[in-house]
Design a protein around this ligand. Structure first.
Ligand SMILES: *[C@@H]1O[C@H](CO)[C@@H](O)[C@H](O)[C@H]1NC(C)=O
Length: 303
């Protein structure tokens, strides 16, 4: 299926990027420098690696994605790539950070799940999220998936914080994996008071309600969500269904050209995701896979 999708992408790629007229005046967005863009690559490769098999992740032999972070010390790998999304945890000496990475899922399946009329929101489990307000609601499927691995990942992160002696934690993920990394930010914030927490996510769907977005915004977590060109996953589930993104959008317009978009769901800047992809019919699922500055993410890109 992916190969068919890729062929159609290749045939229509000229049309995809033409949707944003060149020379459009830029308002509140900020152009990212080449250095800032290049700085995302290690995280993009970690998000890509999460799609690889647990066997090759365990000895960090997953090809390009692993070689790009060759000094990474993987310490926990899990999941079954089916009911439990694959994940890994470890320490990156070059980034001086603990990395927690989650695998995503088949994007066409995710799209159909999230455009369903019924994409239920619910309060979070107060054992996993102690002290969380009952105003905060998160997609039930995402929080159930997160809960499957929450305890084992938290235990590993705590153990690494003490054995390595770092407070730096960076959660990464693409697609559903991005949603799980987004949930990690508040999960770690509430359970690891001394940690410095960041998340780098790619092609992330909306995860929770406006109270969730406000909670992420008000926290000291450094949260970034990178959206690629006409990808439609970042615009589902719809705002009309009660969902809202936290701040931190970065929209890739074309290779080497990306902007940082202000606010939660930036609906006013033509170069941000909502105006670029006003409805799913104007989006393109192929752009979900990349390229994120030359790097594709998905099951077939684990080589
Ligand atoms: C909440 O999470 C805890 C810890 O993982 C678990 O034991 C409990 O069953 C969960 N509660 C609900 C209602 O799912």
């Amino acid at each position: 299926m992916y190969s068919l999708l890729l062929i159609s992408a290749a045939l229509s790629s000229c049309g995809l990027t033409a949707a944003i007229p060149a020379g459009l005046h830029r308002r509140d967005v900020t152009q990212l420098s080449a250095t800032e863009l290049a700085g995302f690559a290690p995280f993009t490769q970690f998000a890509r690696a999460a799609y690889c098999g647990t066997d090759i992740l365990s000895d960090w032999t997953c090809g390009e994605a692993c070689e790009a972070n060759s000094d990474f010390e993987v310490s926990l790998v899990g999941g079954d790539g089916d009911d439990i999304q694959n994940y890994f945890v470890g320490y990156s000496p070059s980034l001086e950070a603990i990395i927690v990475a989650h695998e995503g899922t088949d994007p066409t399946q995710l799209e159909s799940d999230l455009t369903d009329i019924d994409v239920p929101l619910a309060t979070l489990n107060s054992t996993l999220f102690p002290g969380i307000s009952s105003d905060v609601e998160v997609h039930t499927g995402f929080q159930d998936e997160h809960a499957l691995t929450a305890d084992v990942i938290l235990a590993e992160v705590k153990s690494l914080m003490s054995s390595v002696g770092t407070n730096n934690i960076i959660a990464v993920g693409h697609s559903l994996g991005g949603a799980l990394a987004e949930i990690d930010t508040i999960f770690f914030r509430l359970n690891l008071p001394s940690a410095d927490i960041s998340a780098m996510t790619y092609g992330t769907p909306r995860v929770g309600n406006p109270a969730w977005a406000a909670l992420v915004d008000a926290s000291d977590v450094n949260f970034k969500r990178i959206d690629n060109m006409q990808d439609l996953i970042p615009i589902v589930p719809g705002r009309s269904l009660g969902y809202e993104h936290p701040a931190g959008e970065i929209h890739i317009l074309s290779a080497g050209d990306a902007v940082s978009c202000p606010g939660d769901d930036d609906a006013t800047d033509a170069e941000c995701q909502i105006d670029s992809v006003p409805t799913i019919f104007e989006g393109n699922i192929i752009d979900h896979l990349g390229p994120y500055e030359g790097i594709y993410i998905g099951t077939i890109f684990c080589t």
